[in-house]
Design a protein around this ligand. Structure first.
Ligand code: PLP
Length: 390
């Protein structure tokens, strides 16, 4: 059976060029970039090249890029680092949104347990954070605002430039988790006006376990790890040279292909979305159509348990994901859809389709051909009323 992968927001397959280059680095450029001899300098040159590539993807200066071990790590270094650095100034208020990834939400929660005052910005059905909400939340002691660039479950793009401007007016530092936008939409850190921005290689056809944090020059930040002087003391530890080089190659490729590829994906995504909504009764798209990253759609299916649909689709060779998580036998609603104020039958019944490089028109055709039958069959197995909570 040929399989269709529609879970690119979870991870992407590393590009062949990235894998080839990583393999060459592992074999031949194995030196420690901190070593002064030939081997070390070759590894250092490879790191520098990747730093320039990642900087180009973000419209940044290479000297402001810090390589990390993941998107999660970048989020942690940014939030904890700024919070700890600013603690002495008496600024002890953090603002984030209720639709962030756990990497941000749980970091903010951990700081709340250590005495930080925190505000979670709510969103409405659109899934977009409102600048007015942020204005109301900002206070004289706000140290940091962290709002994601695009949401991983529904794909909505947040008005970061406006939010960052509001934070700047109150002298608060602004971080954005750009894990779901890097490689998908143009990013220019200066135009966004942010202070910190984190990305993760495996979301744009690079390897897993490597990311980057852009830190605007002058931002005060306590180091998350103490050790050697790697990454200008911001992230100690011998660099994952092969992974970083793979990310550099993926960054170059993403930038070169962005305009054409994202137009192609938007057309495929729109076709998939409109055919599902028209062919499968009791379906609704979650979040606004625009502004949204081109590859993502999130759809709720009335009277369907998302996990059952995911498994049924997997048996057909189609890989998707659900926002809800199964814990201790009960289906936890998606925290994102819940924060948007959607009713239970929408928050527990949602499927995310996230498209990517290998997807074709034929893939979309196959999905919309098999989906109506699968949904009908699953519905016939449940006795609850349409839209009812199970
Ligand atoms: C918005 C967002 N932030 C952070 C992360 C975490 O990135 P990583 O898997 O590199 O830790 C993800 C991954 O799903 C994400 O979607």
């Amino acid at each position: 059976m040929s399989r269709i992968y529609l879970d690119h927001n979870a991870t992407t397959p590393p590009s062949p060029a990235a894998v080839d280059r990583m393999s060459a680095v592992l074999k031949e450029e194995f030196g420690n970039p901190s070593s002064v001899h030939h081997f070390g300098q070759r590894a250092k040159a490879a790191l520098d090249e990747a730093r320039t590539s990642v900087a180009l993807l973000l419209g940044a200066d290479p000297s402001e890029i810090v390589f990390t071990g993941s998107g999660t790590e970048g989020d942690n270094i940014a939030i904890r680092g700024v919070a700890e650095a600013l603690e002495v100034t008496g600024r002890k208020h953090l603002v984030t949104s209720s639709i962030e990834h756990e990497a941000v939400l749980n970091t903010v929660k951990a700081l709340a347990r250590r005495g930080w005052r925190t505000t979670l910005l709510t969103v409405d059905e659109s899934g977009v954070v409102s600048p007015d909400e942020l204005s109301k939340a900002l206070a004289d002691d706000t140290a940091l605002v962290s709002v994601m660039h695009a949401n991983n479950e529904i794909g909505t793009i947040q008005p970061i430039a406006e939010l960052a401007r509001l934070a700047r007016e109150r002298r608060a530092i602004f971080h954005t988790d750009a894990v779901q936008t890097a490689g998908k939409i143009p990013i220019d850190v200066k135009a966004l006006g942010v202070d910190l921005l984190s990305i993760s290689a495996h979301k744009f056809y690079g390897p897993k376990g490597v990311g980057a944090l852009w830190i605007r020059r002058g931002v005060r930040l306590n180091p998350a790890l103490t050790g050697g002087k790697q990454e200008r003391g911001r992230r100690s530890g011998t660099e994952n040279v092969a992974g970083i080089v793979g990310m550099g190659v993926a960054a170059r490729e993403a930038l070169a292909k962005m305009a054409v590829e994202q137009t192609r994906l938007a057309a495929l995504r729109d076709k998939l979305e409109s055919l599902i909504l028209s062919r499968v009764p009791g379906t609704a798209r979650n979040g606004v159509a625009e502004p949204r990253v081109a590859n993502t759609t999130n759809i709720s299916f009335d009277r369907i348990e998302a996990e059952s649909l995911l498994i049924a689709l997997d048996l057909e060779g189609i890989a998707v994901s659900t926002g809800s998580a199964c814990s201790s036998g009960t289906l936890e609603p998606s925290h994102v859809l819940k924060a948007m104020g959607l009713p239970a039958h929408r928050t527990q019944n949602s499927i995310r389709f996230s498209l990517g490089a290998a997807n074709t028109d034929e893939d979309v055709e196959r999905v919309v051909t098999v989906l109506p039958g699968i949904v009908e069959k699953l519905r016939s197995l449940t006795r609850s009323p349409v839209g009812g909570r199970r």
